[in-house]
Design a protein. Sequence first.
Length: 604
Amino acid sequence: MAICTRHSFLHIYKPLLLLALEQYFANPQIETLASLYDAVNSMDLSLLPKLNFLEKYILQATDAKDLFLEKFEAIIAQRMAENMVKEGALPPLEQATSAAQLQSKTRYGLPRDTHEFESIVHYANIPVPVKIPTAVSPETVGDFSLIKLITTFSTPHSTQAVPFTPTHPHLTTSGTSTHPIIVLLNALLTQKRVIFLGHGLPSSEVAEAVLGACALASGGLLRGFTRHAFPYTDLTKIDDLLKVPGFIAGVTNPAFALKTEWWDLMCNLSTGRMTISNRIEQAPLTEGVAFFHQNTHQPGTIAASGGGGIASLVSAGASLSAGLGGNAVPTGSMAGDATGDGAFMQSVLSAINERHGENAIRSKFRKWVVKFTRLASSFEETVYGASALHIHNPDSPKTNYPASEMSPISPGEQRGEQLPTEVTGHGYVWPTPQSKNNELAANSTRIEGWRNTRSYYNFVQDLAAHYVHRPIKHLDLQHLHDKLAKLRLGHEQSANIYLAICAAVHTEQEISQLLSVVAIGVWENKATTSGSGQNSGLLYIGMGLFHPRQDVREEVAELMGRIREHEAGRHFWSTMGRYIRVGFERVMNSRVDRIEKTGVEHEG
């Protein structure tokens, strides 16, 4: 017995299926199935708030159990008002208030955790409680555990690591000792054929591993994995399976392990080991790989080589073999953890050992995927001069501030005036040009492997779709936030960045966009629990409260005040330390005193 549904949270129907199976054995008639059909379709989701993309991202990135509670309250209040109208004339105010309070506690109770929406399905005179995720990410199907998937392959690797042989530039991005989970991530991103083998295991465990792998590589951001996933298949369907490029399949028959021409990566759930097929298609030497693996890293080297293109590719191939997935020993800057994957996996395993929850682990991989896409954008711009992963605003680098009374425009920010160079940038931020070259070179092979996949083209389409609805288009808030966090800026440089952010962020949606940036955190290649994609909250914005310039301090204080009044921003504000809070109060009190003395709200 099975249920066909468009809902990705299909695991909530399992208790209903168990009840229906029992009912069907007792009464094997079509009416039994019809009653199940009616029951599941009567599930009330009308009180589930519809969150936009930014709100979903913020909710998934935070643990606050009452985040966006106001949206639930608004829907409940609207439903209660509609019911009162239907029942007749409105009762007196006091009676209506008491009735509303009683009804909200019983029939329309607020959720204990806004990450989940609780509903009830009545079937066979039994109320079956179900919990539905409030924010559903793309490629997140069913009930699976990333912690279980990671532990399955990390434990054997940590106790007795087995070098990967053969290696592959797209997969073993840190050489033969690449962590198995990173190999799996790379295989999914570069659209390799992946099989999960669970000999002697229930088919449900194999299916969970397949669905977990799809969510792992997606990070709630990329699409194109679940559509080509086969949670469970067998030898009778092998002909159809092999027609699908880049499939992700789950099997229990050990015969699949012997047919290395059928797959590129075999993930054995029983042993916790991964195997790269000796018949995997080799990666072509692309322009991007050659660019970063020549003797020099000067822009235009490849183009200047003219007829020596073959020689440059041969040179790139030798460097590729030595540094990224080849059999030689890495040398120079490549000898360390150039990709940062080692530190990232250490932070993930530390979080698991410290018993962080499933949402925390998913958030780490979501941030890893966000970083990977930003690296890919910088890679394309460096090698090819432009990137499909960055949408250029035609108004940039001109300002595009809203002309409203709520948006005070300070000197240097008038409409149409040229913005400072530190404000007009975009993309990932590195502390030095050398660190940029090193990291892009280390990631070049998997980026090139990803650029011709389904998930890449889907992501380009999604970027265009989200860009239309993005409140702030003329600034890359993530870029500016990373600059404040990573670079040693002068007073004027930091002032320009703070003033640009404060001038751009006013409305509720603009604040949500800023909070989504803050929720991503700042990426540092550290092996600590919080190192990779650490979430410092509003710290780097709040540091503007201590800027030497008074106008910057006051603008940042006003921005923090707007964030504090925002339904999601108040949760970020509550996590701020006393140091920032005291600084905020000091600046606001100083501003009030200045206005009382001079009568001027904005100086300058």
